[in-house]
Design a protein around this ligand. Structure first.
Ligand SMILES: Cc1ncc(COP(=O)(O)O)c(C=O)c1O
Length: 393
């Protein structure tokens, strides 16, 4: 029997209703360009949201761009990453965290996860930096730290290692808008922060992203690079290579509407996580990926679980993916670690088996605003049943 007649997706875009009003305004004023009042307004809304928790963050600035991937690319350019450099990157992530390193002719060096957060292991990071210095004679140019599925990294420890070696950190918070670490918003810890507003994220602009900058000077330079590096002359004059990465005013109009429902979306993701947490607490074969300590407050962009391979139902992430698919429920395996990706086979990697083990046991569950509490309970119940049922040998 289906859990729902309509397919239950991991995180289907959810519009609050006000988006259309902002879009209509943009049409009425012919602001259908990659700049305009909604771009400015969206940046201001984001800045307010990110800095609300901490008065020391009042000077941050947000640059809205066409994608999270573009934001990572721009952040790395801002840090001077170029040909022949190495950039340390979390091993377990979506490829977009690492690909911009390659766009710049640099090499990603992958560092495995720690079991508690599933994010970059601070001790392996330290080992990797020391080893890269020994092997190449140069320290890595930057570190890309990711908050996977909205779970904050061990930020203090990572920033501590980075500071010891004086290496800047790009904080890939594409999945972590609304997550907090020690009460402060993720994306505000790194030298640059990155957000994504892709269709399946906590809020969407259909496609879009942002660079979170420390000050207005950084934002000015990011926007210069994002708008073709056009010098301030009465004619088109270029001293540097630029990019066409600015967010459109129409996308920003959607973003402004989405900012009105951001808090409700985050609350919904956390409410579903709580349902999954409780439902799996009684089942020893399924482990809910939870905040590891009080310092962490994940947005639970996606609720995720680990399946014990010894479960009597002989369920695996792949068998569950298929069984849940037959019930009209989308689930997804965890991100396949970068060191296992053929395209990155030659990249240096510092691994200890954690990300491979997580990948072999993990599953992402429907987590967005369209998923009802009853559906989440039914999904969890079915997974528990499939893992607990004795199978014929
Ligand atoms: C961890 C991570 N980094 C970067 C990105 C790239 O964002 P975008 O799709 O907006 O380019 C995504 C999502 O798509 C992501 O999940």
């Amino acid at each position: 029997m289906m859990i729902s007649n309509e397919r239950i997706l991991l995180c289907k875009p959810h519009l609050g209703g006000e988006e259309r009003r902002f879009i209509d305004e943009a049409f009425a004023d012919s602001w259908v360009t990659p700049l305009g009042p909604h771009v400015d307004g969206f940046e201001e809304d984001l800045k307010k949201f990110l800095s609300a928790s901490d008065p020391t963050l009042r000077s941050i600035e947000v640059a809205a761009v066409s994608a999270g991937t573009a934001a990572i690319h721009l952040a790395l350019i801002m840090l001077g990453v170029g040909k022949g450099d190495e950039v340390i990157c979390q091993d377990m992530t979506f490829a977009a965290s690492a690909n911009p390193v390659v766009y710049l002719g640099a090499t990603p060096v992958f560092v495995d996860s720690e079991p508690s957060t599933w994010n970059m292991s601070p001790s392996l990071l330290e080992r990797a930096i020391a080893d890269r210095i020994a092997v190449t004679g140069r320290k890595p140019k930057a570190i890309v730290m990711v908050h996977l599925y909205g779970m904050p990294s061990d930020i203090d420890a990572i920033l501590g290692v980075a500071a010891r070696y004086d290496i800047p950190v790009v904080e890939d918070a594409a999945e972590a808008l609304g997550s907090q670490y020690k009460g402060r918003e993720c994306s505000t810890f790194g030298r640059f922060g990155v957000l994504s507003f892709n269709g399946n994220k906590i809020i969407t602009t259909s496609g879009g992203g942002a660079v979170v900058c420390r000050d207005a000077a950084d934002k000015k330079r990011v926007l210069f690079l994002a708008t073709q590096a056009r010098e301030p002359k009465p004619y088109y004059h270029h001293l540097e290579i630029g990019y066409n990465y600015r967010l459109s005013n129409i996308s920003a109009a959607i973003g402004r509407g989405q900012m009105l429902v951001l808090e409700a979306h985050i609350a919904h993701h956390r409410m579903l996580a709580d349902i999954y947490r409780r439902a799996f607490a009684e089942c020893k074969w399924v482990e809910f990926h939870d905040n590891p300590a009080a310092d962490y407050n994940a947005n639970f962009w996606l609720s995720t679980i680990l399946i014990d391979p010894a479960n009597p139902g002989r369920a695996t992430p792949l068998s569950l993916l298929s069984a849940m698919g037959a019930l009209n429920v989308e689930t997804r395996l965890l991100w396949k670690p970068m060191h296992m990706q053929p395209v990155y086979a030659d990249a240096p990697a510092y691994t200890d088996g954690t990300s491979e083990s997580l990948f072999s046991r993990g599953l992402c569950l429907p987590s967005g605003p369209w998923v009802t509490p009853a559906q989440a309970r039914a999904i969890a119940g079915e997974i528990v049943r499939l893992c607990s049922a004795q199978t014929e040998s």
